[in-house]
Design a protein around this ligand. Structure first.
Ligand code: PLP
Length: 348
């Protein structure tokens, strides 16, 4: 049986969170002398002298409308990387607990585990880049708190079979974290709508990819009210700054632009695949549900260096298990993709 209280670290269960000035008085007042701010303003055209809303209410209300999820089920972090770290700090006792990761996958799960002194048990994906359910079942023990699944997966680009993820959600008594950073590009449905079904589900999304706001550092976790409440207690009081909150809110009003870019990115991706697949050094291009493609080549290092010499940077994944010979290429603008293709045509 999934029981949140049994999963939480004791120190977090008993934590009295920091109570900020903005927590202690909510509402409108004419004179604010409670937070030791500079009352005169900021040496900028726009004032930023007041602390931001610790719970990012306005951004959550807008996200709630867009995602069809109540605001109380949304956590906002300084990037989804912060949400990943907060999950470790909330649930994993350093040196005691473990998590399961399924490489090749996004590198921050391992790094966050290392920072928090938590063992990350690796269960490699299959050759088809799908979950190895038996391997995962064998790796789970009574100290396994979290399983990280990235879908669509970085760096492979494919989505993970939905039925397999549901099998984990239904059978694992810890938390299944589904990282949907690339979901806006995917043919697959988000898991957000399953929050009412599974108490042990956390879905991560971000404004860094399709929303084009990587520099603002705004990422989301969607989960049960109880899990969100824990994450809010553990997070730094003002984790999302005021400029990011204001700009995110403005950007979230522009869904049409984002949808147009998604459509164009997918068209460009398909075009890129068609051109690349006929090149002599390309051995395989893996099916992608994201805004990048994983390309298996005869000489990843040689091609990578050749591209760098021509001012084009892709990601060399040659040293990643199950990605030998692979380059991960982000889909760019039509002009950038043309430059890439023209340059690759000169590679001998
Ligand atoms: C799968 C995945 N999750 C999360 C992130 C980080 O997102 P954020 O910018 O919201 O921290 C990335 C960034 O590359 C990613 O690929």
């Amino acid at each position: 049986m999934f029981e949140l209280n049994n999963l939480l670290r004791n120190n977090i269960k008993n934590l009295t969170p920091y109570s900020s000035a903005r927590d202690e008085f909510q509402g409108e007042a004419s004179v604010y002398l409670d937070a030791n701010e500079n009352a005169f303003g900021s040496p900028l055209d726009t004032p930023y002298n007041r602390y931001p809303d610790p719970l990012q209410y306005k951004v959550k209300m807008r996200l709630s409308e867009i995602k069809g999820v109540p605001a109380r089920n949304i956590f906002i972090g300084n990037g989804s990387d912060e949400a990943i770290d907060i999950l470790f700090r909330s649930f994993c006792n350093p040196g005691v607990d473990n998590v399961i990761i399924v490489p090749p996958t996004y590198g921050m799960y391992q790094v966050s585990a290392n920072i928090n002194d938590v063992e990350a048990r690796k269960v490699l994906l299959t050759e088809e880049y799908q979950l190895h359910l038996e391997g995962i079942a064998e790796a789970i023990d009574e100290h396994t708190k979290l399983i990280f699944i990235c879908s669509p997966n970085n760096p492979t680009g494919n989505s993970i079979n939905r039925d397999d993820i549901e099998t984990l959600l239904a059978n694992f008594n810890g938390i299944v974290v589904i990282d949907e950073a690339y979901i806006n590009y995917s043919r697959q449905k988000t898991f957000i709508q399953e929050l009412t079904e599974y108490a042990n589900l956390v879905v991560l999304q971000t404004l860094s990819k399709a929303w084009g706001l990587a520099a603002l550092r705004v990422g989301m976790a969607f989960a049960s009210e109880e899990i969100i409440e824990v994450m809010n207690r553990v997070k730094p009081p003002y984790n999302v700054n005021e400029a990011s909150q204001q700009l995110a809110l403005e950007a979230l009003g522009n869904v049409a632009q984002v949808n147009a870019w998604i459509k164009e990115t997918l068209e460009q991706r398909d075009k890129l695949v068609l051109t690349l697949k006929d090149m002599a050094f390309v051995l395989d291009i893996y099916p992608s549900d994201a805004n990048f493609i994983l390309v298996k080549t005869t000489d990843a290092k040689g091609i990578y260096n050749f591209l760098v010499e021509h001012g084009i940077i892709v990601r060399n994944r040659n040293n990643v298990e199950l990605c030998e010979g692979c380059l991960r290429i982000t889909v760019g603008t039509p002009e950038e993709n043309d430059t890439l293709i023209q340059t690759l045509q000169q590679y001998k």
